[in-house]
Ligand binder design. Structure first.
Ligand code: ADP
Length: 636
């Protein structure tokens, strides 16, 4: 059965490609591209996850999706609801229990029947109340008539009042016998999709409302106060929960029980409310669970719940980037058309605008030859660009709209980093001209997609103790210790001095935030060499790179963001690892502001960064160092 299904989907896929015979990269605007009908076919770049979802849907299996936000997890879960095999849907009714009012009775009926039943009950109750009212009215008239005739008016009024009150008192009871429609479905509709992300216990597991009037004939009957939870509304459908680890352990435990039993009684969730006394019969909740989270989150989830999902389902990893191939570019372009269509209000994008968006997708992938799959953010950018075009009354969005949108739709981190750069310029933390001993402009990435200039200061003093120490605080100490271990040989080569006999003080200037370990090691090494040799460092130069024990400069992450941050801060020259050169996808305005210098060795870094009194001295030193390195290799 599975194989044929797979074939079917494959042929369906190639069909939809044939609808667009022109390569999408050549279309004049995104309006010419046809968008697939079903949600699952709209998912881009997650081929493996799509395949798993199709399989899981056929078998009604649970799925755990692991990946960063905005890559299509909830989209896939919704698509799964469309794919679930057709099943008879059910309505769930809840009745009062005459034996134990605190345990309302639960009944399921075929889809659509629930409304009918409740309607019939309501009518019945109304009819009965009506007949009773008529009877009572007749009775009252009778008594009044008799009282008038016999002259006992007072007795008549009292009797009528009694009867009237009796009627009032008994009416709510009649209506109270009407069952409540807890979950209602439409016949022949697709399976329900319920998003339980961030729900508190009551919304997820069901709740019984508090009754302020708990006696005296004014109380609302228990069954009427029962509310369905997400797990019950998702009966026979899909329950999606993102950031699964943020549910309380109690909720996760209950979710596990619900998964195991396929039914779960509803009880009041807040302990002190009158609802807590009520506990219904078990309410059916046979749903397919799609749980999601990032790697850390999934590790933080209830182990029994995770193993339950894993044991009875699938675990999928979401991709963060896709290869920058012609096919994938086409998919990305189709994504643009999709977002425009789904938004419904913004205009389509012309060829140059599409190119600009592709460039941005390349840039955001942060990886050589890849396109980003953080498509929620890309969608946000598309909508902002579209809105700008619409405000101008433009028929079509152009590259200019995309560029304007980019400067508007920047992430919080990017804005924070801009603010940080601006402020550190004000406070003179960032020096971008002249030359200073021991001070080097390093580069760091804040959050995931914005860079900043992070100056590092080194000072060297003869050791106080037996062996030299690295004096630094926090994470920098670790980075510094590690990179000093790596650079000590190089420094010895270069300066002839043994830093093991010295105390090295290293500090970040300004606030430190989110530097990944060794991308600062070239910076730290340069600062230390400068400090030991008393050679000033050019301050219009910034650098990033990881240093190997042999003095080679190794690749690092986030190079594009770092270069852009350097440009914004007024740096003129950025030194990066040669092997990162292909990862650089910077916007044109920045490209004009900085010179990018790719390097492979620390000698090259020093050549570009240090200011030598006499060029010859430096060349001699470099030569000596290189030959020593060559000799060291030969010895090995
Ligand atoms: P997640 O659940 O992973 O945080 P969503 O599924 O909510 O992400 O994605 C939000 C929006 O971003 C979607 O509605 C869709 O417009 C777009 N999107 C995200 N990932 C994809 C994808 N893989 N293919 C197509 N569109 C996507």
């Amino acid at each position: 059965g599975l194989d044929t299904d797979a074939e079917k989907t494959e042929s369906a896929g190639s069909d939809s490609l044939e609808e667009n015979p022109v390569p999408l990269s050549e279309v004049a605007n995104s309006g010419e591209i046809s968008v697939p009908e079903s949600l699952i076919d709209q998912v881009i770049g997650q081929e493996h996850a799509v395949e798993v979802m199709r399989k899981a849907a056929i078998q009604r299996r649970h799925v755990l999706m692991i990946g960063i936000p905005g890559t299509g997890k909830s989209m896939l879960a919704k698509a799964m609801a469309e794919l679930l095999p057709k099943e008879e849907m059910q309505d769930i009714l809840i009745y009062p229990n005459s034996e134990d009012p605190n345990e309302p009775v639960v009944r399921t009926v075929p889809s659509g029947k629930g409304k009918e039943i409740v309607g019939a009950h309501k009518q019945e109750a109304m009819k009965r109340t009506k007949t009773r009212s008529t009877l009572i009215l007749l009775l009252i008239f009778g008594i009044m008539g008799y009282a008038l005739i016999s002259g006992q008016l007072l007795f008549g009024i009292i009797a009528a009042a009694f009867i009237f009150m009796a009627m009032q008192y008994s009416r709510p009871k009649e209506e109270a016998m009407v069952p409540k429609l807890l979950v209602s479905t439409k016949p022949d509709s697709i399976a329900p999709f319920i998003d339980g992300t961030g729900s508190h216990a009551g919304a997820l597991l069901g709740d019984v409302r508090h009754d302020p009037f708990q006696s005296g004939g004014l109380e609302t009957p228990a069954h009427d106060r029962v509310e369905a939870g997400g797990i019950h509304k998702a009966h026979k459908g899909v329950l999606f929960i993102d950031e699964i680890n943020t549910l309380t352990p109690h909720s996760q435990q209950s979710l596990l029980t619900a998964l195991q039993e396929g039914e779960f009684p509803i009880t009041g969730q807040s302990e002190r409310s009158s609802g807590a006394m009520v506990r219904t019969e078990p309410v059916p909740c046979r749903f397919v669970m799609v749980a999601a989270g990032n790697m850390d989150g999934v590790q933080g989830m209830h182990p029994a719940l995770r193993s339950r999902i894993r044991g009875y389902g699938y675990e999928v990893y979401m991709q963060e980037t896709m290869l920058d191939t012609p096919e994938n570019r086409d998919k990305f372009i189709r994504f643009i058309a999709q977002e425009v269509k789904n938004d419904g209000k913004i205009p389509h994008f012309d060829h140059e605008a599409i190119e600009e968006l592709l460039l941005e997708a390349r840039r955001r992938s942060n990886r050589k030859g890849h396109l980003t799959l953080k498509l929620r953010d890309m969608g946000g950018l598309i909508r902002v660009a579209g809105d700008l075009a619409r405000q101008e009354g433009a028929e079509i969005a152009t590259a200019k709209h995309v560029l304007d949108a980019k400067s508007m739709a920047r992430s919080i981190e990017d804005q924070v980093s801009d603010e940080y750069i601006r402020r550190s310029l004000e406070y003179d933390l960032t020096v971008v001209e002249g030359a200073l001993v021991g001070r080097v402009n390093g580069l760091a990435v804040m959050g995931s997609d914005s860079g900043s200039v992070l100056p590092i200061m080194a000072e060297v003093t003869p050791t106080q103790g037996a062996t030299g120490q690295v004096i630094a605080t926090g994470l920098l100490k670790e980075i510094a210790q590690e990179s000093i271990k790596n650079v000590s040989a190089i420094i010895k080569n270069f300066t002839g001095k043994d830093i093991r006999n010295m105390d090295v003080h290293v500090q970040f200037l300004g606030t430190y935030n989110g530097v990944e370990g060794d991308s600062a090691s070239v910076t730290v090494a340069t600062a230390i060499i400068s400090a030991i040799e008393n050679i000033p460092v050019r301050q219009d130069v910034a650098m990033t790179g990881s240093l190997s024990v042999r003095g080679n400069v190794l690749p690092i992450g986030g190079v594009t963001y770092k270069i852009e941050a350097a440009a914004k801060a007024g740096i003129k020259k950025v030194i990066i690892p040669q092997s990162n050169l292909d990862d650089v996808v910077i916007e044109e305005r920045y490209a004009k502001m900085v010179e990018i210098v790719p390097v492979t060795t620390i000698e090259e870094v020093l050549e570009h960064a240090l200011v030598f009194e006499r060029k010859e001295d430096f060349i001699a030193k470099i030569k000596e160092m290189s030959s020593r390195r060559a000799k060291a290799f030969a010895d090995k």
